[in-house]
Design a protein around this ligand. Structure first.
Ligand code: NAD
Ligand code: 4TP
Length: 331
């Protein structure tokens, strides 16, 4: 079988992404990694953490430790560590889009991404709420953000949205769509034949029988009932404050949360180092780190690379399984 090829985007040039990519390039691997980024930024990151780095042509598909194939997407300005330059927003987004195009065209088997600084991209004049949304638009499909570690998988109905807008975005359709994409991904990429999914309510105590909000009764429960009639194994809507108790978590393959900060703090508290961020529903596997740009640590050589290593392992595993199984048939 041909060597697996994975695209790697370091993300914000002033953050920890580039140095973590240098560390990743030194890890043993049985797949080719092709980075999309700025050569000077990667070299500066390698110098800062005292690790050698040899950048090679993207066609070379090297698996040698310390070597990284690079498709250059040059920055406008060389940034200082810890200080994002909004002028580099175009280069950061260009790297993501070119890597995603490569995945869509079948040049790559999957995409691994480092952290992007959302404010710096917007300050650079590009409307951007997250890479999840960018990749969904690029591929023209609906997706779900799921963060996962060995303890829990959390999928979100809404992603990067002001809290004020969340209730209006929780509809029977968005809940149904999130559950369908999540269940299909658990079957396909995690080999769980009949996933058991816990679904959280939106309101305190899942609405307390309508006395603390009606979204559970009017929106979430009807969506669950509709899907149960199609054979989905769903529990909920559950009160979010106790759904993550270890004894309960044991029985679920994933938890669907209604919004970002309902689900992700629990996931990150339970295992920040090993967690990864997956975009479910794309035609290719995309796996990212679970942490941000950590501007306070950039260039100091102390940032933990575990999440990026886990992202690369997860992406390679999913890509290999998809290759073995063949392309998905979309209804
Ligand atoms: N995958 C992504 O693209 C992603 C994920 C989360 C946040 N972000 C973005 O990153 C920026 C900064 O976000 P933030 O400050 O809320 O979160 P952050 O994850 O960058 O930092 C939170 C804390 O965790 C620490 N930390 C983060 N990564 C670490 C690592 N690898 N090793 C050791 N410690 C680490 C930081 O030092 C900081 O104390 C924001 O623009 C945010 O939107 C991007
Ligand atoms: N919501 C993610 C997290 O908190 O880890 C993060 O912001 C990155 O999301 P994108 O991959 O959509 O940029």
């Amino acid at each position: 079988m041909d060597l697996l090829r994975l695209a790697l985007v370091p993300g914000e040039p002033a953050g920890v992404g580039p140095e973590l990519c240098v560390r990743l390039a030194h890890e043993p691997r049985d797949h080719a990694l092709v980075a999309f980024g700025d050569a000077d930024t990667l070299r500066a990151a390698a110098d800062a953490i005292g690790m050698p780095l040899r950048l090679v042509d993207p066609d070379q598909a090297s698996t040698r430790a310390g070597e990284l194939a690079l498709t250059e997407t040059a920055n406008a300005i060389h940034p200082a560590f810890g200080t994002p330059e909004p002028a580099n927003a175009g280069a950061v987004i260009d790297a993501l889009q070119r890597a995603a195009t490569g995945c869509m065209q079948g040049d790559f088997d999957g995409l691994i991404t480092g952290p992007v600084h959302k404010a710096a991209i917007n300050e650079g004049g590009i409307a951007y709420s997250g890479t999840t949304e960018l990749l969904a638009r690029h591929a023209g499909c609906d997706v779900v953000m799921m963060l996962a570690n060995d303890i829990v998988r959390v999928a979100l109905v809404t992603t990067h949205l002001p809290l004020r807008e969340v209730p209006d975005a929780i509809t029977e359709d968005t809940v149904t769509q999130c559950l369908c994409i999540t269940a299909a991904a658990l079957q396909r990429d995690f080999d769980i034949a009949r996933p058991r999914i816990a679904v959280l309510g939106l309101n305190p105590h899942a609405g307390e029988a309508g006395h603390l909000g009606r979204e559970e009764i009017d929106v979430i429960e009807p969506a669950l009932e509709r899907l149960r009639a199609h054979g989905f194994d769903l529990i909920g809507p559950l009160p979010a404050d106790t759904a993550f108790l270890p004894a309960k978590l044991h029985g679920f393959d994933a938890v669907v949360a209604m919004y970002h900060d309902q689900g992700l703090p629990v996931l990150k508290y339970s295992g920040f180092e090993q967690a990864v961020n997956l975009t479910l529903g794309l035609p290719y596997p995309r796996v990212a780190v679970d942490h941000g740009t950590a501007l306070d640590l950039a260039g100091r050589g102390v940032a933990d690379p575990s999440s990026l290593f886990a992202a690369a392992r997860t992406c390679a595993r999913m890509a290999r399984a998809r290759r073995a199984r063949g392309p998905a048939i979309h209804a």
